[in-house]
Design a protein around this ligand. Structure first.
Ligand code: ZN
Length: 479
């Protein structure tokens, strides 16, 4: 068999998290609404109404273009994409065609082998979503709630080389969308949907062969699987003397199989023309500069900076920059703590992450603020509390919102480092164990650990272990 490589381009549809739809004042998110309750004459396509463009959708679309290093067009246009489908009540979709909001751009994708794949972006369009069709008891049911939901359609160049790379791209894209706050990017809710164009060629060749398009690959796993299946099918077909034809395929996640839907449309089939009811979208130089200035430090840049500034491992830096609120939290705690940044990372990677998981919260939603975390770590460092008290304090601060030092004081959680009080407790332990004392003095020094354990037990775990050892050695060395 020849050596083939797989050529993949992705077309993603990203639901922008605006309050309202793109051309009317219906709510954009209607996930929980009953079918056809979140519609109005504009988005359900009644005659005689006019669309009004949502400026926030333009802003978020342009912000995404900036994050993808794309050129933001000063002037872009809306066009009508004409096709007939029951879930499209107007008979056309308002989209952008030859002058979209963003052109070009790229995302640098870190691969597992340590290399970076630059995935180029062809363009970014603003458009409205269509409705939903489903079949129930043999009837076709239509729900127009999604009609007019603002989307960005973003198309990559054919720069991906495996189902796994495509999955990685989606994971990074989802992270970026949430990071810059333009989409919730919840794939289960259809906020991030993906079609994949797949073709194969002999490795080393530069031609682009006939591709097929896989629709409805709406989870990371589906992307990986569906592309793998389709690449395998094409290779087997070509190896057996066949020819790949330009199909649209539907991925059925339940059966893990691809089904042929139809021969692919070409753009000419849509009879695009300018939308006569909307003005061009015009952004001035100043507005475009302001959008670029709005862009926060992006995840991969922050990851690299965390490794350099805080001496974190690549793994720790990756986890701590997986979400923007987590990385903001980390940085605030490091500044407040002032000790080694790595110590804060350890607390966050273990105990704090578990707490976030259990509570289903993001870091910015915690009552336990970065200052509190820093204070708790400092108290452990200074021997005021032991580390297991520190861990239980995380929970107590989260539940009560009280300052850690206050809880330690109110509940008497501090370590007994006061020599007189500690000495009395140790003397009592020694008085109660004359045989062990005699054995220790006769040379069985391994009993020291046992004595420390007894003191810990009698103090309810609050004896300062370092001081306890010192006092024990002092008392036991006396005859
Ligand atoms: Zn509406």
């Amino acid at each position: 068999m020849k050596d083939y490589e797989v050529i993949i381009g992705l077309e993603t549809h990203i639901q922008l998290n605006t309050e309202t739809k793109i051309f009317c004042s219906c709510k954009a998110d209607s996930w929980e609404a009953e079918p056809n309750t979140n519609i109005c004459p504009v988005c359900s396509g009644l005659p005689g109404v006019l669309p009004v463009l949502n400026a926030k959708a333009v802003h978020k679309g342009a912000l995404l273009a900036a994050a993808m290093n794309a050129h933001i067009n000063q002037k872009s246009y809306f066009d009508r994409k004409n096709y007939f489908y029951p879930d499209l009540p107007k008979g056309y979709q308002i989209s952008q065609f030859d002058q979209p909001i963003g052109k070009g751009g790229y995302m640098d994708l870190p691969l597992e082998n340590g290399e970076t794949r630059r995935v180029r972006i062809h363009n970014l369009h603003l458009e409205e979503d269509a409705g939903k069709t489903k079949t129930e008891h043999g009837a076709r049911l239509l729900d127009f709630n999604r009609c007019g939901v603002p989307l960005v359609e973003m198309v990559t160049e054919p720069d991906l080389r495996s189902g796994d790379e495509a999955a990685q791209y989606l994971i990074r894209l989802r992270q970026l969308l949430r990071w810059i706050g333009v989409s919730e990017a919840d794939m289960e809710r259809g906020h991030l949907r993906c079609d994949a164009n797949v073709s194969i060629r002999e490795r080393g060749s530069t031609v682009l062969n006939t591709k097929t398009e896989i629709k409805n690959v709406n989870s990371i796993d589906s992307v990986r699987q569906a592309i793998g299946e389709e690449a395998k099918r094409q290779i087997e077909l070509v190896e057996s003397g066949g020819k790949v034809q330009s199909y649209t395929l539907d991925w059925d996640a339940d059966s893990g199989k691809l089904k042929k839907m139809r021969s692919k449309e070409t753009e000419a089939d849509y009879r695009y023309f300018r939308e006569p009811d909307l003005l061009p979208v015009v952004l001035t130089d100043e507005e475009i500069d302001a959008i670029r200035a709005d862009l926060p430090e992006l995840p991969l840049a922050r990851r690299a900076r965390f490794e350099a500034d805080y001496q974190l491992s690549a793994y720790d830096a990756e986890i701590l920059t997986s979400e923007r609120s987590l990385s903001d939290y980390y940085e605030a705690a490091v500044h407040s703590y002032t000790g080694e940044a790595k110590a804060v990372a350890n607390w966050m990677m273990n105990d704090l992450s578990r707490m976030l998981n259990d509570l289903g919260k993001t870091a910015d939603q915690l009552n336990l603020k970065p200052d509190h975390l820093a204070e708790i770590i400092r108290m452990v460092d200074e021997g005021k509390i032991n580390s297991s008290t520190g861990k239980s304090l995380l929970k107590k601060v989260e539940e009560t919102g009280k300052a850690p030092a206050k809880i330690v004081e109110d509940e008497g959680l501090g370590l007994i480092a006061d020599s007189d009080a500690l000495r009395k407790q140790i003397e009592a332990v020694l008085a109660g164990a004359p045989d062990e004392v005699a054995n220790f003095r006769a040379g069985k020094e391994s009993l020291l650990g046992w004595f420390v354990g007894q003191v810990m037990r009698s103090s309810g775990g609050k004896a300062d272990p370092k001081r306890t050892r010192e006092i024990l050695l002092e008392l036991l060395s006396k005859e």
